[in-house]
Design a protein. Structure first.
Ligand code: FRU
Length: 460
């Protein structure tokens, strides 16, 4: 197996060749999930951005399509979103098929502005609107990543836009003419980096009647463990203004790992589902793959739970098909060894009264430290690490207890979902040799009471 294949994810989207970053234009239409992405077709490092394109029917197997959008005289094609214009509000529909409309940032040397493109053949080919840009730059250096949805209550399209240190909301009846409605965030959350890639979601609170609005904001740098990460704000949105129920100083992280960035949701699906870019701007251009560089996370469904007076984001990986290769129940041991497949698999464990413990996966080390109330991922010995001084790290997430844990493991990544998906960490790593065993070891000499352990080999 050569190095390229060794580091090619099995169940995570990666391009056949060249560089990718953010997911873009996520839209579902007629049984097809569209994934566009920031793409540099000439190289494996970031450069003039295009929108690459892939289509899936199950969110796991992807078919790469021709490039959807090329740079033009207004600039490179930065991040953005896409919608199905069901009622042809834009007047851009030409045939029987509903028109798909992409809303993106044109990044020119002089400035950033918002433009649109449309497709009348189910996303296969795209035409840029002749009236671009649809929102001109108001004098802001950072003015990008439009995410659009239809707001039922006020019967209009709403766009969230990242403006450096705040999010602006715009409204439109037809996707062509936009009006600035309000702004949020200058004094809220963390500002240790630039705000990027927003998304505004209406999420169900589990076990309650209520729904809450959640504003997603990517931040780079300034993440909890360095570099890129995603914060979120819970609150209310009335079609005009977003008001958070958080204090100005509160910071909520969607994922505490180093490699989950620029995530946004699919438009046109019933269950809110998002996907993120599995990398970090601190080292994204240096990771040790050859022909391609960059991969997406596993898509995850989203909801909220109410914990005391606080709303907490819940992420669950979409269901992955496969075969259980190991199932064990009621183990009460200080050390548990589990064989794991060499490709992609899920590992699930339910624990009772978990003591501190570590999990070793080759040289990658995960640890729950009950005393410090922390969960850690240590990749300082995880394989190839010296391609960037920022890569080797011990990353920390506050955590009181571990009741259940699901790990989605692929050749170069793990995504860890703890306590029903309320505590999540995503990390990439580049092992020298394939890993065939996982060792779970108690940290305090107390046995680990595993009610259930399951390993499922994921089949495509
Ligand atoms: C986020 C980002 C976006 C921008 C794009 C450029 O990773 O910086 O703000 O649109 O990447 O590729």
């Amino acid at each position: 197996m050569n190095k390229v294949e060794k580091f090619r994810p099995e169940i995570h989207f990666s391009p056949e060749k060249h560089w990718i970053n953010d997911p873009n234009g996520l839209v579902f239409y007629k049984g097809e999930y569209h994934l566009f992405y920031q793409y540099h077709p000439q190289s494996t490092v970031w450069g003039p951005m295009h929108w690459g394109h892939a289509i899936s029917k199950d969110l796991v197997t992807w078919e790469e399509k021709p490039i959807a959008l090329y740079p033009d005289e207004l600039g490179a094609i930065f991040s953005g979103s896409a919608v199905v214009d069901w009622n042809n509000t834009s007047g851009l529909q030409t045939g029987e098929e509903k028109v798909l409309v992409a809303i993106f940032t044109h990044h020119g040397e002089d400035n950033e502005k918002q433009s649109i493109a449309y497709s009348n053949d189910c996303g296969r080919t795209w035409v840029k609107y002749s009236g671009n840009p649809v929102i001109v730059n108001p004098g802001l250096k950072d003015f990008r990543d439009p995410k659009v949805f239809w707001h039922e209550g006020t019967s209009q399209w709403i766009m969230s836009l990242a403006c450096g240190d705040h999010i602006r909301f715009y409204g439109s009846p037809n996707l062509l003419e936009w009006k600035h409605l309000s702004s949020f965030g200058e004094t809220y959350g963390t500002h240790d980096g630039v705000w990027e890639c927003p998304d505004l979601l209406h999420l169900q609170v589990e076990g309650e009647e209520e729904k809450k609005w959640v504003l997603i904001v990517s931040l780079n740098p300034g993440g909890p463990n360095g570099g890129s990460a995603i914060q979120y704000f819970t609150g209310e949105f009335d079609g005009r203004t977003f008001v958070t129920d958080q204090k100005e100083s509160d910071v909520k992280w969607a994922d505490w790992g180093r490699d989950f960035y620029a995530a946004v949701t699919w438009s046109g699906v019933e269950e809110p589902t998002w996907v993120g870019w599995m990398s970090n701007w601190q080292y994204a251009n240096q990771t040790p793959t050859d022909e391609f560089r960059g991969a997406m996370s596993i898509p995850r469904t989203l909801s909220l739970i109410k914990r005391e007076a606080e709303y907490v984001l819940i992420q669950r990986p979409i269901e992955l098909k496969g075969e259980n290769v190991l199932e064990r129940a009621n183990e009460c041991l200080e050390e548990i060894k589990v064989d794991v497949p060499s490709g992609a698999y899920t590992f699930e464990m339910n624990l009772e009264n978990a003591p501190s413990f570590t999990i070793e996966l080759g040289g990658l080390k995960l640890a729950f430290d009950k005393r410090a109330k922390e969960f850690r991922i240590d990749r300082t010995n995880s394989g190839f690490i010296d391609f960037s001084e920022h890569f080797a790290s011990v990353d920390v997430m506050p955590l009181e207890k571990v009741e259940d844990m699901t790990i989605i493991a692929d050749r170069t990544s793990i995504e860890v979902f703890i306590n029903g998906g309320s505590a999540v960490m995503t990390e990439t790593f580049y092992p020298v040799n394939a890993i065939s065993e996982m060792t779970i070891r108690s940290g305090m000499g107390e046995p680990i009471n595993a009610k259930q352990i399951k390993v499922k080999r994921i089949s495509l």
